[in-house]
Ligand binder design. Structure first.
Ligand SMILES: [Zn+2]
Ligand SMILES: [Zn+2]
Length: 326
């Protein structure tokens, strides 16, 4: 399924099987998670520099031609971070997520909404045993970026999650396992999602624009909704940290300085490092994180994306290519 231009649905196409370059694995795609970033790419809110492009950056694949550490038959995960130069001022400081030359899977490099793909073996991860393909796919962005956001939020006990989709449903489980108290903020009338959050261990779930039941030590904002920023700042205690975890957000309304005062911190999180990936994929089975997924056949990727936009499923959507491609 190919992205051709912003504002248009993906288009089904017969593509040649990609040829792996030096250092790349050739993968048969087993499953590919659907991410909100894909909607931002589709809508032109985040640029796709060189269309046409195969989107999809939460790939679980079977190695057909090996490279690096991966032998044929291995099951590997391909995340959003697809390539870095390793030499820029960020890579050399351990911030490869901010590499000035970074290339991203499903934006700069063809991704996983396809039957086959190639990926630089240095940026792939082994998939933990015990996770079926579908359940593993959302770990690769929803889980990874959420994990990085959680780390940047500090170790405060009272954690607010704004927007309870693919990322939050994973990070809620991680946070609860760390002994944190989780407060889930959703649209006020979204009682199904609030119930889902409570099932996963949130002690409270309610309206994101209403008052919090008590002050938060940290808040992670997953929904791309600018007005949530002052709402989350107002909900945090002194020295509280608010982390914006998405790649795009609608404009943030102005707010009085007093909601930031008293050493509250507002920051974003961008992309991932390979260390985030290795740490999170080691942690996930120990929690254990269980992902709730809705499966779509690859040719229905547009439906998966529109259902994500409309909030029609709980947890994460995953597209699966036809089995006949084996
Ligand atoms: Zn993503
Ligand atoms: Zn770099």
């Amino acid at each position: 399924m190919v992205f051709e231009a912003p504002g248009r649905p993906l288009v089904a196409a017969d593509l040649a099987r990609p040829e792996p370059a030096e250092g790349q694995v050739l993968l048969r795609v087993l499953a590919c998670g659907v991410c909100r970033t894909d909607l931002h790419l589709l809508d032109g809110e985040v640029d796709v520099p060189h269309p046409p492009r195969v989107l999809g950056h939460q790939i679980v694949g079977e190695v057909i031609e090996g490279a690096g550490d991966f032998e044929p038959g291995a099951r590997v995960g391909v995340p959003w971070l697809g390539w870095t130069d390793g030499t820029c001022r960020f890579c050399t400081r351990g911030l490869e997520n901010l590499c000035v030359e970074a290339r991203f899977t499903g934006r700069d490099i063809d991704g996983g909404y396809a039957e086959y793909t190639v990926a630089d073996a240095r940026f792939c991860f082994p998939i933990p045993e015990g996770y079926p393909d579908l359940q593993a796919a959302p770990l690769l962005c929803a889980g990874l970026i959420g994990y990085r956001a959680l780390g940047l939020a500090g170790d405060g006990e009272r954690l607010g999650l704004y927007g309870f989709g693919a990322s939050a449903h994973i990070i809620c489980q991680v946070a609860v396992s760390q002994g944190r108290r989780v407060f889930a903020f959703t649209r006020g009338d979204d009682t199904d999602t609030q119930a889902f959050a409570r099932e996963l261990g949130a002690e409270w779930a309610g309206d994101s624009l209403g008052p919090a039941p008590e002050p938060l030590d940290a808040a992670l904002i997953f929904a791309p909704v600018g007005p949530l920023v002052p709402a989350a700042l107002r909900a945090t205690d002194r020295a509280g940290v608010v982390v914006c975890a998405g790649i795009h957000m609608s404009d943030i309304p102005s707010f009085p300085y007093e909601v930031l005062w008293e050493e509250r911190v507002l920051r974003s999180v961008a992309n991932l490092t390979r260390r985030d990936g290795a740490e999170f994929l080691a942690l996930a089975p120990r929690v254990p994180v269980r992902t709730e997924v809705t499966e779509y056949p690859l040719e229905r990727a547009n439906d998966a994306l529109e259902d994500l936009r409309a909030g029609r499923f709980r947890g994460a959507a995953v597209v699966v290519p036809p089995r006949s491609s084996a």
